[in-house]
Design a protein around this ligand. Structure first.
Ligand SMILES: C[S@@+](CC[C@H](N)C(=O)[O-])C[C@H]1O[C@@H](n2cnc3c(N)ncnc32)[C@H](O)[C@@H]1O
Length: 448
């Protein structure tokens, strides 16, 4: 087998990154954009010891699950790597991820529900963080090609709310008009690094965040004035990120114009959202995810509930009126401030949020003798820590509802809970991110 050789392959499987998998001369071959059941001619690109990467030259036999989307090739490989698969098969792919993880962990007896489909299959994202770079001599917006920092210019982001795309393009044009330099990451020079735009589906309010190398730059006032004229923009913020770093946002935000937050709603609860606060990105699917989690919690009026990794308190505040007390923790201070303000905004007096790492706050509460009934956890991709799990168990909850955006770390953590006398019998995948391989899942652990 040599690089650039053309080989004929039968695709038998999909990798967890949604690449077609084939076996050839004892090697596993990963092929972008190929589907199980397809016979293809492929060019070998990179050959390692036991596996290789290849790209499709010709599809000899096409899968009936293939959708021929008219997408920029890079969008498909970067932003929407499942876009070539029929939606119901995407749902099946996500369910299989969970089934396979359970199988590897010897947990085959656990049931896996059908993936809950998203009400919107495209245009569902309520937020876009778009890199800004100089391309062909002018400032442009787009996205980074996979595994690189080469900007592919783009104006239709496919999975993003088209209203956000409209604002991104309008802001790009204003920046061009005033000759604002795009960020140059090699020399840590230039100005605009990212555009971050958020839109509330409930109120239509739009926040524009200019992520800039400096706090101030030439024509900033005029630029702000022009952005404020874009239809539905209600908030303009400058995020100052002076460092040579891949981290998108800097620590400091400066309000340039309008409101410091936008307001969104989940069910009948309103939420004010600050620039740095996490908010679930699929607005129509979020209430369905929470409903599922709340239904699994089977809450009682006397319950003491923990909302761990709380963001702006969306889960805890959605249940506060039906329980005795809610306590939550979150590491981002502005998000905690939002959570406490959101409690007030909704007339909720039995919920309190504190700033801190969940793995430090939970042991403190356990040491203080706190007893709990239901703990909701919704951690980032890396999952929980053993310290958090030990402390959570010490507070003696009847139920732990686990919401996860990474089933691999979820299954790892569920096994740790099992060792401590908790058990679960079902996991339900929920599609929060159509067209991408990301899988969200919910389960409930109960004390044996
Ligand atoms: C997946 S989000 C969930 C937020 C919220 N529950 C929701 O549904 O909107 C995870 C949250 O955990 C926070 N976080 C990350 N690491 C943390 C830690 N060690 N302790 C507490 N919170 C953390 C993030 O800032 C983020 O807000």
């Amino acid at each position: 087998m040599k690089k650039n050789e053309i080989v004929e392959l039968d695709i038998t499987d999909l990798s967890y990154e949604a690449m077609g998998v084939a076996h050839y001369e004892g090697m596993t071959i990963f092929v972008n954009n190929a589907l199980p059941g397809e016979k293809i001619k492929a060019k070998l690109l990179k050959i390692k010891k036991n596996f290789a990467f290849a790209k499709i030259e010709k599809i000899i036999k096409e899968s009936p699950d293939r959708v021929n989307v008219k997408l920029n090739h890079w969008v498909q490989t970067g932003l929407a790597s499942l876009a070539h698969i029929k939606y119901d098969k995407q749902l099946e792919f996500k369910r299989n991820q969970v089934v396979n993880l359970l199988h590897k962990a010897d947990l085959d007896k656990i049931e896996v529900g059908q993936t809950l489909p998203s009400p919107q299959e495209v245009g569902y994202r309520n937020k876009a963080q778009v890199p800004v770079r100089k391309v062909k001599g002018q400032l442009d917006i787009g996205f980074f090609r996979r595994h690189s920092h080469d900007l592919v210019p783009l104006t239709n982001f496919f999975t993003t709310d088209p209203e956000i795309d409209r604002v991104l393009v309008a802001v790009r044009d204003i920046l061009r008009k005033y000759n604002v330099p795009a960020y140059d990451e090699i020399h840590n020079k230039g100005e605009i690094r990212y555009l971050d735009v958020r839109r509330s589906k409930a109120t239509g309010e739009i926040m524009v965040i200019l992520v800039a190398l400096h706090k101030d730059f030439e024509h900033l006032q005029d630029i702000t004035q022009e952005i404020s004229q874009i239809d539905k923009v209600t908030s303009i913020v400058l995020n100052h990120n002076p460092k040579k770093t891949n981290v998108i946002l800097g620590k400091k935000d400066y309000l340039l114009w309008g409101e410091p937050q936008i307001t969104d709603k989940i069910g009948d609860v309103s939420f004010k959202i600050s620039p740095q606060s996490f908010f679930q990105i699929n607005s129509l699917q979020t209430p369905r995810l929470y409903d599922l989690a709340i239904q699994k919690a089977d809450l009682k009026p006397d319950d003491v509930v923990i909302d761990a990794y709380s963001g702006i308190g969306t889960i805890g505040l959605s249940v506060a009126k039906h329980v005795k007390a809610v306590r939550g923790m979150e590491v981002i201070k502005p998000a905690v401030d939002d959570a406490n303000a959101n409690a007030k905004l909704n007339g909720i007096t039995n919920a309190e949020y504190v700033v801190g790492k969940a793995e430090e706050v939970m042991p403190r509460w356990a040491k203080e003798g706190l007893k709990t009934d239901v703990i909701f956890v919704d951690p980032p991709r890396k999952g929980l820590t053993p310290e958090f799990i030990d402390a959570a168990v010490e507070t003696d909850p009847k139920k732990i509802v686990y919401i996860s955006c990474n089933p691999a770390t979820m299954v790892r953590d569920l096994q740790l809970f099992q060792e401590q006398g908790y058990d679960f019998n079902e996991i339900d995948p929920v599609d929060m991110f159509p067209q991408t391989p990301h899988v969200e899942a919910v389960t409930v652990l109960e004390k044996k």
